[in-house]
Write a protein of this length. Sequence first.
Length: 416
Amino acid sequence: MTPKARLNLFLGIVVVFLFFYIYDRSRPFNSVGNYSYINRELDILTDPFTCNNIPERKYLEQRGLYYVLFNFVVAQRNFGCSETITLTAPGDFQFLENLVPLIRVWQGAVSIGVYAPGNDFHMALASIAYLRNCEETLIKELVSFHLIFDVDHVPNSQNNTPLIDSYIDHYDCSIPPPWETIKQEDTYRRQNKLFYPLNVARNVAKSAARTYVLFPSDMELFPPRNFVGNFLQFAKENLKLFQENSKSVFVLPIFEIEEGQTIPENKTTLQEMLKNGKAIVFHKNICLECHKVIDGDKWIEAAETEGLNLFSVGKRQGAYQYWEPFFLSTQKEQFWDERFVWEGQRDKHVHVYAFCLMDYDFVVLDNAFLVHKPGIKKVKVQDEKYSDQVKKTKQIMKGIETELQNIYGYNKKCIL
Ligand SMILES: *[C@@H]1O[C@H](CO)[C@@H](O)[C@H](O)[C@H]1NC(C)=O
Ligand SMILES: *[C@@H]1O[C@H](CO)[C@@H](O)[C@H](O)[C@H]1NC(C)=O
């Protein structure tokens, strides 16, 4: 062979090898089924994110005055760090019915911190069994549940089964779901006048998530269709914003819709509903400033486009100093202050204040938004029903301002 022929042969082999290498890398991790939440694009790169090593096993942790049973019921599917986004949310068994419509649009991993003191624990386990066996199969596949109860309200074990082994993944689907069988005021939590530690539940859900990108949200908030895939594509195109030292979080404008309306699955439908008054900015009647996003009026006007893009960026300052947005973040971001309970309000306020002191950018995305479960709120029930706790919370807030300023530094533009 001439040297030239040898070179051609060599190049030919290299090309064939590369073809098979790229072909193999471009196949999804797992070729079972068609999952829109599997992120095929990022898979071609080496994994861009690294995750904390979070144990998958069931374990007990004590967290202040609460016990937490992590991974009490786990999703069947185990995702890689960059393969999907984990929606993390607090709740109790009476919120769990929202998971059915939520999982249908979300189609990604979900981690729920369920507050379940005393006998509410057994109601929660039955609710989970109902959802896994009688409802949408995606729940079994994608949702993990972590259970939380007060150290003073440890559930009784039943039939001599230790609590830690007490989950039975079976439900007679001809029986109505547990939340339909009991009135709110008859739950163990209400009977014992226990406060709902939603920041503990938020932190538990977050710490148990196994993906790098997280969406700390709520079971009553619905994103648009195809959000997870679109956001991961956005992340791939904007890796800088997600790195270890980056200070960005990703805001979804939030809206509420009238009772009886269908939740819009894309921006175009949302815009129509805003025009005819069927949808409004979230809590417009309670605190407009809390949920007005940067360039919000332009956001509402702008026509829907393909995928997801950056729409506006800014700080939680000036006209946005009272902003309490819902946003996506990563594993590295700040946890919630567990001194706050739902009854006292302000549970999210301190969290976003800390992000202001740390000088984070709030990135607003163009085609993504959240819609609250139908029904427009007029007043906050906490003000009337739990005025003592609201007062106590105001006291705690005063101390926290100084604490956080000592930790992160003073910035006069940040308002608590
Ligand atoms: C996956 O989707 C493709 C095209 O949408 C379809 O032809 C195929 O049968 C699906 N495979 C499975 C396993 O559902
Ligand atoms: C938006 O949703 C509506 C109703 O579900 C649907 O008819 C329409 O085709 C969707 N538009 C786009 C751009 O996806």
